[in-house]
Design a protein around this ligand. Structure first.
Ligand code: SF4
Ligand code: SF3
Ligand code: F3S
Length: 367
């Protein structure tokens, strides 16, 4: 059997220097939140392990995730993607087309049965026999089922394949479904985001190559290392939130001064993603930094769970009541619709008020 090229051999072949390779390993160690002692392990694994073939399927999607990955301005990321990770089949960039492309993918999957990674972008329409998305003469559902048979893991790239995104938004006329609802006999990792950050996609793939396992996942199958924190907790506008300084309209003074976007619909308090830490384009920016509220694109059903650009009171808060419930309890009204932090400060204020009025009452009695 032909020996498979390692990750590092592919790096060298594509002209990337040893120094850049080590930089990539170092960055990936950091992105994965690993101790620096893991750095040599990543280097060794990428030097010695054969690089696994990755087949990238596109179903019902707008292709924003492919764009995010291949247009990453990070030179190492784009090199890694285009030359190293070996995307053996990716409709957007592959040279082959039609029957030739289909032959390549099925031959490759046969040869690498049990060893390849399936990256899926897009959801799968299931209504009317799945006719709303077909590839190579098969429905997306048939294609997915067949391709997943020999996969060692499936990566749902983007919110369409992870949770449905715009493709499953009400009324979901094509009956589209995310991948984890259709495949139950393979490990599935969700990398949501519309689109997800290139470093997050690549970091997850490198973890798979290095440790032969998926990173630890949360209850929505997202890698905890990238989706373990709320946007709100690392947002550079957080000081304005804490100070109660909010943008009220997109062109007001607060907007010009970079105040908190909560009142114009920011879902940062209920959204888990790495945007406020990793950012895009080599850490240059992310939606909030360009003056736009976070729309919660890495959370399930973000198109449907409330109108965009409005903060409404029924945002579920992790673990306990809704912001609205708490708001009603303290008779504070609709402005209370927010994440845990605002709730906490409201609780604190209300408790303080209650204490003050008790002291006042006591004083009055004594007088
Ligand atoms: Fe940042 Fe949005 Fe939180 Fe304001 S509400 S601090 S803009 S994440
Ligand atoms: Fe989908 Fe939201 Fe673009 Fe990546 S993730 S294809 S719409
Ligand atoms: Fe999406 Fe919010 Fe990040 S809209 S891109 S999760 S800042």
């Amino acid at each position: 059997m032909q020996r498979q090229e390692t990750f590092y051999e592919a790096v060298k072949r594509s002209g990337i220097s040893r120094r850049d390779f080590l930089r990539f390993c170092l960055l990936t160690t950091a992105y994965l939140g690993l101790e620096s002692t893991m750095f040599p392990k990543i280097v060794r694994a990428l030097e010695s392990k054969p690089r696994p073939p990755i087949y990238w399927l596109n179903f019902a999607a707008c292709t924003c995730c492919t764009e995010s990955l291949i247009r990453s301005s990070h030179p190492l990321i784009s090199d890694v993607v285009l030359n190293i990770i070996s995307l053996d089949y990716m409709e957007t960039i592959q040279v082959a087309a039609g029957h030739q492309a289909e032959e390549i993918v099925w031959e490759g999957m046969k040869k690498n049965f049990g060893n390849y990674i399936l990256a899926v972008e897009g959801s799968v329409p299931t209504k009317d026999g799945g006719v709303y998305c077909t590839v190579g003469g098969m429905t997306a559902l048939e294609y997915l089922k067949k391709a997943s048979q020999g996969a060692k893991a499936i990566i749902s790239v983007g919110s369409c394949s992870s949770f449905g995104c715009v493709t499953t938004a009400h009324p979901n006329p094509t009956g589209a479904k995310p991948i984890y609802k259709l495949i139950s006999d393979k490990p599935v990792v969700n990398i949501p985001g519309c689109p997800p950050i290139a470093e997050v996609i690549v970091g997850t793939i490198v973890h798979l190559i290095t440790f032969d396992s998926l990173p630890a996942l949360d209850n929505l199958k997202r890698p905890r290392v990238f989706y373990g924190q709320r946007i709100h907790d690392k947002c550079y506008r957080r000081a304005f939130f804490d100070a109660g300084m909010f943008v009220e309209k997109f062109d007001d003074e607060g907007a010009r001064k970079g105040w908190c976007l909560y009142k114009v619909g920011c879902r940062g308090p209920v959204t888990y993603n790495a945007c406020s830490v990793v950012r895009w384009n080599e850490g240059t920016s992310f939606p909030i930094q360009s003056g736009h509220p976070c729309l919660g694109c890495s959370e399930p059903d973000y198109w449907d769970n409330r109108p965009l650009y409005q903060h409404v009171a029924d945002v579920p808060l992790p673990g306990f009541a809704t912001a609205d419930d708490i708001g009603k309890g303290f008779a504070i009204g609709v402005a209370v619709a927010t994440g845990a932090h605002l709730v906490a400060s409201i609780v604190k204020k209300a408790t303080q008020k209650a204490k003050e009025s008790k002291v006042e009452e006591k004083k009055q009695k004594e007088e």
